[in-house]
Design a protein around this ligand. Structure first.
Ligand SMILES: [Zn+2]
Length: 121
């Protein structure tokens, strides 16, 4: 009895998440948004989880509430990872330095991953 119940639960879980894959998560939400930008620029549909889970005070949030970036279609997972990889590789020689906090950002980021200040022209 117990065995068959867990079997049903298992198949429901699989059905729900069948086409979705987690591609990126980080305690810094801005970084996740930047990654989402890169992936969506490659015409890959994404969705965010835990988007409204952060604390109002801006404290570090527990790992379970980190913003998560998922690809909607399982098949896009590899493409998404390639897009991220390419963006970081391209970005490394021409990275820019944030005027606000002096953090280094890759070229593909339009806003600073640290403080979300816009990239200078
Ligand atoms: Zn900054």
């Amino acid at each position: 009895m117990l065995f068959s119940r867990s079997g049903v639960f298992d198949s429901l879980q699989r059905k729900q998440f069948y086409n979705m894959k987690l591609i990126y998560t980080h305690e810094n939400r801005f970084l996740v948004y930047n990654i989402q930008n890169i992936v969506e620029n490659a015409h890959i549909a994404t969705t965010l989880k835990n988007e409204y889970a952060s604390s109002a005070a801006g404290d570090l949030v527990p790992h379970e509430t980190w913003l998560e970036l998922w690809v909607v279609e399982d098949d896009d997972y590899r493409l998404a990872m390639t897009a991220i990889d390419t963006a970081f590789k391209q970005g490394s020689p021409i990275e820019w330095v944030c005027q606000q906090c002096s953090e280094r950002n890759t070229a593909s980021f339009d806003v600073c991953w640290q403080c979300q200040t816009e990239r200078p022209d």
